[in-house]
Design a protein around this ligand. Structure first.
Ligand SMILES: *[C@@H]1O[C@H](CO)[C@@H](O)[C@H](O)[C@H]1NC(C)=O
Length: 366
């Protein structure tokens, strides 16, 4: 029985450790069936000084019963929470995540304000509005609803330990937001509706790769969140998610590179140096900003999660949301509808200067 007790003790021990980066901390029921692992970690949770762990283990069985390599089966239901020392209320979110509902709600209000501002711009500059500007509005609104669902989801978990269905809404809006944002970056990158009213075949192919991959990424995200960090296939799903995310991030850069190449070629042939230089600068800038956005929200935020104490986990969420907000604002500002198109007010001096700049530019490839 000593050998049999080892995995159980290890499982209990692992659950007691307060670790960084807790996923969805809540009331959880885990069914462990014929598990050969010697250590079965269950969950991560950031306890405060008043932390409580409830753990009910039933139906423990070993298989085969008389062999040294035992597979363990058991049903574990766990609840982890911190107790407020003043009110005595239970808080089911990790100590570093308890601020998240308010943070998400705050950002949701910011996006609502941005959406309202965007609507007023669209109404005022009605003659200069392209279809892509309505698409930008849709992206803003979906991002706002996504944050609202996340705020509700987290606040229900904080108060009751379960999400009460808000997680489903959160997944739906995450999915829609992901697809619409990637599509928007691709559409802007191709110059669709600004530079040309159609999509070339290879640009459509990028969308046909990115959209199904987003579906896969979202399924992986649901499995990752719902199963907890120590489920058997968690690592596999995590890897699928990261791989798909990297592929999507790379794929959305291609259309911008193609547009930059096209603009350079056009600059050589059509003799409108100033206009082309302006567009070229805009698309180059966008390319750099998209890379910064991807780098910050994937790499820097991940690094922050790793290096900050579990008590300050919310700081990495704030950093990621601020970067995302900056990206949305930049995109909206640089590609806003403009009635007085600067492309038409260019004199000869400017034209010559631009031609010189383009010549110089040829010496530095992207
Ligand atoms: C564990 O069992 C006790 C007694 O039956 C019950 O009150 C408690 O809610 C259970 N906890 C969990 C997390 O299932």
């Amino acid at each position: 029985m000593a050998a049999a007790a080892a995995p159980l003790a290890a499982a209990l021990l692992a659950v007691l450790l307060a670790l960084a980066a807790p996923a969805a901390a809540e009331i959880r029921a885990t069914a462990i069936r014929a598990d050969p692992r010697t250590i079965i970690p269950l969950d991560e949770f950031g306890f405060s000084n008043q932390g409580v762990l409830e753990l009910n283990v039933t139906g423990i069985a070993f298989d085969p019963p008389a062999s040294p390599d035992l597979d363990l089966s058991m049903d574990v239901s766990s609840a982890m929470y911190n107790v407020d020392p003043v009110t005595g209320q239970r808080a089911y979110l990790s100590v570093g995540s308890s601020a998240l509902p308010s943070i998400y709600f705050l950002f949701c209000v910011v996006y609502a304000a941005l959406a309202a501002a965007w609507v007023s711009i669209l109404l005022r500059k009605r003659t200069a509005v392209f279809r892509i500007h309505y698409f930008m509005l849709a992206v803003l609104v979906l991002k706002g609803f996504n944050l609202l669902a996340e705020a509700e989801d987290k606040s229900y978990i904080e108060r009751t330990g379960t999400a009460h269905g808000w997680d489903v809404l959160f997944y739906i809006f995450s999915f829609l937001k992901g697809i619409s944002l990637f599509t928007l970056i691709v559409l802007i990158g191709t110059g669709w509706s600004f530079l040309k009213p159609y999509l070339a075949d290879r640009e459509k192919k990028v969308l046909m790769v990115v959209i199904p991959l987003q579906v896969v990424a979202n399924i992986a995200q649901v499995v990752i969140d719902e199963s907890g960090p120590y489920a058997r296939d968690w690592v596999t799903w995590r890897q699928i998610f990261l791989l798909v995310d990297v592929v999507c991030c790379c794929a959305i850069l291609f259309p911008i590179v193609w547009s930059i190449k096209n603009l350079r070629e056009a600059a050589r042939s059509d003799g409108k140096a100033a206009v082309n230089l302006m567009k070229l600068t805009l698309f180059r800038q966008y390319y750099v900003v998209v890379i910064c956005y991807i780098y910050f929200t994937r790499v820097v935020v991940y690094a922050l999660v790793t290096i900050t104490s579990y008590r300050y986990l919310w700081t990495s969420v704030v950093a990621g949301e601020i970067a995302t907000l900056a990206f949305y604002v930049f995109t909206g500002y640089r590609f806003r509808p403009e009635v007085h198109n600067p492309y038409f007010a260019i004199d000869d001096d400017e034209e010559e200067a631009a031609a010189e700049a383009l010549k110089l530019d040829d010496e530095f490839e992207l």
